[in-house]
Ligand binder design. Sequence first.
Ligand SMILES: NC(=O)c1ccc[n+]([C@@H]2O[C@H](COP(=O)([O-])OP(=O)(O)OC[C@H]3O[C@@H](n4cnc5c(N)ncnc54)[C@H](O)[C@@H]3O)[C@@H](O)[C@H]2O)c1
Length: 418
Amino acid sequence: MPDDIHVAVIGAGRQGRDLINYGLDLPGLRFKAVCDIWPCAQKYAAGLLKKRGHPATVYEDYREMLAKEKDLQAAIIATPDGFHCEQTLACLKAGLHVYCEKEMALTVADCRKTVEAARRAGKLLQVGRQHRSNPRYHLALEYIYAKKALGRITNVFGQWHGPKRVKFTWPQKLALDDATLKRYGYESMEQFRNWRWFEKFSAGELVNLGAHQIDVFNWFLRTPPKAVMASGGLDYYDFYELYDNATCLLEWDYAWEGKTRTVRGLYDVNTVTEDGGFYEVFYGDEGALTISEDAGKGGLWREQRAKVAQWEEDLPVLWVRPNSPPAKGHGGPQYLHDFGVLIGGPSEDRVFASLPNPGVERHQHWYHLKNFFDAIRGVWGLNCPAEVGCQGAVAALRAVDAMKAGRRLELKPEDFKV
Ligand SMILES: NC(=O)c1ccc[n+]([C@@H]2O[C@H](COP(=O)([O-])OP(=O)(O)OC[C@H]3O[C@@H](n4cnc5c(N)ncnc54)[C@H](O)[C@@H]3O)[C@@H](O)[C@H]2O)c1
């Protein structure tokens, strides 16, 4: 179609392929090119696109792709983090709008450089923090601010507990030759496959995972943190070089009803146990809200002494007494699937109910990509533009600095401004 947006994908590994799949479910896109240094990833992505009616030209080097493909309007970048800055800068310079996976860069200086480049180019840069487009998170914000369901927020908590890690392997026949590996800065096939554990390509899990969740805190508290301290290390695995667990404490200056107060938060990332999974909690003096990328997790609790609120009256009640069985078809309070947020309270009169479904249930990557392409068409602004992406990146990267320094770091508002 003449109005289709022409798109290239750089990095067609696990995440790149997911983004291609979600992009294929969006109208008005034409995938024209795929770039990946691994032939098996190129072949898989090109095959997938061809099957869905998008014959795409395949490239190994993004520079060659940008030189030859003259009618691209947008690029989706899903290579290892260490390439994001250079590839984003090149795509912006070539006049493309960019959807770049998190993290946008591995240093604060490079994050800022990327923001400046987007501004200079006058192009859109969406950072891949898909929470920012997730309708459930938007609904949760409505309960916090429009309905004041938590009262004043005093503390936050978040964790990402994931399954035990394994070293990624590869079939020998698919190994890249040494010259190709070297050309892109990899010492070995093992490093190429396990890039997440190497400082040259990643800032570790406080950034891989933490950047999403610390960004949720900043977003919901409407301000970046004012201080961070952290502790972590490579304590469990006999692995490469980056830490395998970390815990940090953050502080924010939180504005509530004309006054500014400190909110403290604990954030924990663990690569050894899946216990508890991943979620964020906002604690207020009238209630608490749990929210997660996992659509089966979430809760809004009223403190026993808080008055029954209008928002409870407005919600369909599923379960009104403790210890009574959950309503038919629902798995119980912890894992209610397909609902926005679960409402509960610790007292005898507790109410369990679901929030109205905020829309068609799609994967949040789909919403975030949709927001990017809608923004290119001028329908909306971006949900995670360069400046906002940079704020989350700086907070997470400074948490890594605090961990390395073993001390508390004070952060100033200007640290987050570009
Ligand atoms: N937003 C999210 O929830 C989310 C989830 C997973 C991954 N990610 C991000 O997506 C990116 C990719 O992660 P992944 O899990 O798909 O990794 P992956 O290792 O599965 O895929 C990376 C791909 O990039 C290719 N590649 C490596 N170096 C390249 C280069 N210089 N030029 C072109 N291609 C290159 C590899 O061959 C591979 O196919 C990372 O930045 C990661 O942080 C984001």
